[in-house]
Design a protein around this ligand. Structure first.
Ligand code: PGA
Length: 265
C-alpha cells in the first residue's frame, strides 16, 4: 500500500483569478512545512494553467472532469490531453455531481478514466452510495457495482488511478460516516479492486471524501485502507486546507552536504 497519503482538493465550480492567491499560499505552506503527503488541488479548467504555473511543482494541479475522446466536435468539453497540456497531472472523473447533474453512467466514467490513462493523466474515480441506498442496506452492493462499471478496462496496467469513496449524504453536509462504516466500505473496495486487478489492486489508492476538515482528517486517515482524502469545501481557502495539512507528519529532512557532521556525545 502506498505510504504517502494523497491529500486532494476539489474546488468544483468555484474560483476566479483572485482565488489563485490561495494556490500560492497553499504551495508556499507545503514548500516550508513539507507534509508527508502528495498534495493536489483540482480546479476549474479555466484556472489550471495559471494554477499550475503558480504552484511551480510545489503542489500538483488537476482538472475536475474530462471528455472520453482526445479531440473532436464536442463543443464545450475538454479532453484529458488538453488538461495535461494546461498543466494538470490528474483529473477527477465520475464525481457524484457529474453523475447526478450530467447523467454520467459508470460506462461513461470508465471511458473518461481510460482517456485519462491514454493521455498520461492520473484519474481519481469517484463512487459512493446515496442516503436511500445506505438506509436500504445496499451500500456495499452499490459501491461494488460502481467500481466494476467505472474502472477502465486495462486497470491492472493503469498504475495511475485512485478511487474516491464519497457517500453522497456526506458531501457538503457536515455528516461523516462513523469509522466502522468507512472501514467496511474501504475494505470492500479493496477486495473489489483485487478481484478486478489482481495483486496490483493493493497499490491503488482509496481516498475518502465527504465533509473532511482539519478536525476529522487525522482520524479518517488512520483507518485501514484509507490512502488519502478528497476535500471540497475545506480546500477553497488556504487557511482551511493548510490546517488539514498541518495535522500530517512532516517529511524527515535529508541532511544536506552543508550540514556539519554531528560530533559523538
Ligand atoms: P466536501 O466535498 O468536502 O465539501 O464535502 C467533497 C467532494 O465533493 O469531493
Amino acid at each position: 500500500m502506498p505510504v504517502r497519503p494523497l491529500i486532494a482538493g476539489n474546488w468544483k465550480m468555484h474560483g476566479l483569478a483572485a482565488q489563485l492567491a490561495e494556490i500560492e499560499a497553499i504551495s508556499a505552506f507545503v514548500q516550508v512545512r513539507r507534509p508527508a503527503a502528495d498534495v493536489l488541488i483540482c480546479v476549474p479548467a479555466t484556472l489550471i494553467s495559471r494554477a499550475a504555473s503558480i504552484a511551480g511543482g510545489r503542489i500538483a494541479v488537476g482538472g475536475e472532469d474530462c471528455h472520453a475522446q482526445a479531440s473532436g466536435a464536442f463543443t464545450g468539453d475538454c479532453s484529458a490531453d488538453m488538461l495535461k497540456d494546461a498543466g494538470a497531472t490528474t483529473v477527477i472523473v465520475g464525481h457524484s455531481e457529474r453523475r447526478e447533474y450530467h447523467g454520467e453512467t459508470d460506462a461513461m466514467v470508465a471511458a473518461k478514466a481510460g482517456a485519462a490513462r491514454r493521455s498520461g493523466v492520473a484519474a481519481i474515480i469517484c463512487i459512493g452510495e446515496t442516503q436511500a441506498q445506505r438506509e436500504a442496506g445496499n451500500t456495499l452492493a452499490a459501491c461494488g457495482r460502481q467500481i466494476a462499471g467505472s474502472l477502465p478496462a486495462d486497470v491492472a496496467q493503469s498504475g495511475s488511478i485512485a478511487i474516491a469513496y464519497e457517500p453522497l449524504w456526506a458531501i457538503g453536509s457536515g455528516h461523516v460516516p462513523v469509522p466502522a462504516q468507512i472501514i467496511e466500505v474501504h475494505r470492500h473496495i479493496r477486495e473489489c479492486l483485487m478481484d478486478i486487478a489482481g495483486a496490483s489492486g493493493a497499490d491503488i489508492r482509496i481516498l475518502y471524501g465527504g465533509s473532511v476538515r482539519s478536525d476529522n482528517v487525522q482520524s479518517i486517515l488512520s483507518l485501514a485502507n484509507v490512502d488519502g482524502v478528497l476535500i471540497g469545501g475545506a480546500s477553497l481557502l488556504a487557511a482551511d486546507f493548510d490546517a488539514v495539512l498541518r495535522t500530517l507528519p512532516v517529511m524527515v529532512q535529508e541532511p544536506s552536504r552543508a550540514d556539519p557532521p554531528r560530533s559523538p556525545r
